[in-house]
Design a protein around this ligand. Structure first.
Ligand code: ZN
Length: 258
């Protein structure tokens, strides 16, 4: 039986390293996820996360990059390390699927972030053109993206169009898991970038499992007489393991009966 929570260390080289306690996903957390709403991913983290000593974390004040790494931890713990995306080719219109290992993406982001290093003691990075920039949080992202976001976290704030150098700097300093992935169409070979958003991907994966959650809950309630709340409080892995045992017992007794 897996531990109900694990210590997670988020160490992006451009941010101070932090340790959190992440509860394992249970049925109650899964049931709260709705497919069409990627912001459910943030609510999911909020449900599962405490500080390393069990203290409450203000998730809205977390750096965006840390938020995304926590999502990567949840994804890897529940679904493994490979992500597969579907896209339609921009050249030949054929749909295709491509897979990549999440750790490879994170390692590439870390190498870029290491070239920047952590913020100074006042909490600022030293960006190009003498601009000081602080790590954007969820609160910052809620009040605007792109140029608005950069103006909000930079001092002095750029006037007029945001220089490309600042945008590129922020991408390296605050690596996010919603990004263009460079790939190639297996049909016609055309190179293209495909948009990938881990928050959306995780929420869809969980919502897609809803029929299993209902079936597993039914199996456990029928076999053990546990209450709905008790079953929904089981870590996802345990619930699935119990359900698999019940299924194999059933098929064994069906084989004996036939
Ligand atoms: Zn193609």
């Amino acid at each position: 039986v897996a531990a109900a929570a694990c210590l997670v260390r988020v160490a992006i080289p451009s941010l101070p390293a932090r340790t959190f306690l992440l509860r394992r996903l249970d049925g109650a957390a899964e049931a709260a996820v709705e497919a069409a709403r990627p912001e459910m991913a943030t609510q999911l983290i909020d449900r599962l996360l405490t500080g390393g000593a069990g203290e409450t974390i203000d998730i809205q004040a977390l750096p965006l990059a840390v938020h995304d790494r926590l999502l990567a931890h949840i994804y890897a713990a529940e679904f493994g390390e490979t992500v597969s995306c579907r896209a339609a080719c921009t050249a030949c219109s054929e749909p295709f699927e491509f897979r990549f290992p999440l750790p490879r993406l994170l390692a590439a982001q870390d190498r870029e972030a290491a070239g920047i290093g952590p913020p100074d003691e006042d909490g600022f990075w030293h960006a190009p053109d003498g601009v000081r920039m602080r790590p954007p949080t969820l609160i910052d992202a809620r009040s605007g993206t792109g140029a608005e976001l950069i103006a909000r976290i930079s001092s002095p704030a750029p006037t007029g169009q945001v220089p490309e150098a600042l945008t590129a700097f922020l991408e390296r300093a605050s690596p996010l898991l919603s990004l263009d992935i460079d790939t190639r169409c297996p049909e016609c070979g055309a190179a293209q970038a495909v948009w990938f958003d881990l928050a959306r991907f995780l929420v869809q994966a969980l919502a897609g499992e809803r029929p299993f959650l209902i079936r597993e809950t039914h199996l456990l309630a029928a076999r053990y007489g546990w209450s709905h709340d008790e079953i929904m409080a089981l870590p996802r892995d345990d619930r699935r393991a119990f359900a698999a045992l019940i299924e194999s017992e059933r098929s064994a007794s069906l084989r004996r009966a036939s």
